[in-house]
Write a protein that binds this ligand. Structure first.
Ligand code: ATP
Ligand code: MG
Length: 201
């Protein structure tokens, strides 16, 4: 199964320096006092993989994600988060998805053991900011990244990340809607949408 085996955060939210967090297979619990940065690790994953807007990472705007300690009025600053995937056991589904290596941008090769995504957020001295993505060192835009993430079945609209409010939503939703989530997790929803597309033709 594909899983995240390492998260590295530099100047991201409460992380004033650089921290590398190794993760194992199975169930991982992060414990610590309130406000110590547990949820900020998850926000880092959302940020790196482009899975949430700033509100989804509990920030007014992207520059608020840069550690306060490195933000100086009128000075440039940068934050970066890397997420490394363990791909052992990943079976590509190219024939099904009709995908092939793009002319440019990242491409996870069949048989590849690991894959690392990095996102950088830079605030220039003038206050303007920009962010950039790269995968295994190859720079890319969000769409190119999402194409690769979908191959790993990490969907921006999927349930790979379940936030606090989502739990209440899932508990109180109808059985049919809940079934939709299970279909999506099992990978069946993809085929349903292809059937719908084929019927529409
Ligand atoms: P809880 O147990 O309450 O859920 P937590 O461990 O999940 O706590 P987080 O929400 O991850 O804590 O961290 C919150 C802390 O992160 C706050 O103290 C907040 O001030 C700090 N923080 C958020 N953004 C920044 C930033 N840009 N620079 C420095 N600190 C920040
Ligand atoms: Mg928290």
């Amino acid at each position: 199964m594909v899983y995240i085996n390492q998260v590295s955060l530099t100047h991201f939210k409460s992380f004033g320096g650089s921290v590398t967090i190794p993760l194992n297979t199975g169930f991982t619990v992060v414990t610590g006092p309130n406000g110590s940065g547990k949820s900020n690790i998850l926000d880092g994953i959302l940020f790196c993989l482009g899975l949430a807007n700033s509100r989804g990472m509990r920030a007014e705007r992207l520059p608020d994600l840069i550690n306060n300690g490195v933000m100086r009025e009128g000075k440039a600053a940068e934050a970066a988060v890397s997420v490394r995937f363990d791909l052992a056991g990943w079976q590509p589904d190219e024939a099904e998805a009709g995908l092939e290596a793009p002319a440019e941008g990242p491409w996870i090769k069949p048989g590849q053991q690991e894959w690392t995504v990095t996102r950088r957020l830079r605030v220039a001295a003038g206050g303007t900011y920009s962010s950039s993505y790269s995968a295994d060192g190859i720079s890319c835009n969000l769409q190119q990244l999402q194409t690769q993430l979908r191959r790993l079945r990490v969907d921006p609209d999927g349930s790979n990340v379940v936030m606090q409010g989502d739990v209440t939503r899932i508990v109180s939703m109808s059985a049919k809607d809940r079934r939709g989530i299970i279909d999506e997790l099992a990978g069946v929803a993809l085929f349903d949408s292809r059937i719908d597309q084929a019927r529409a033709k």
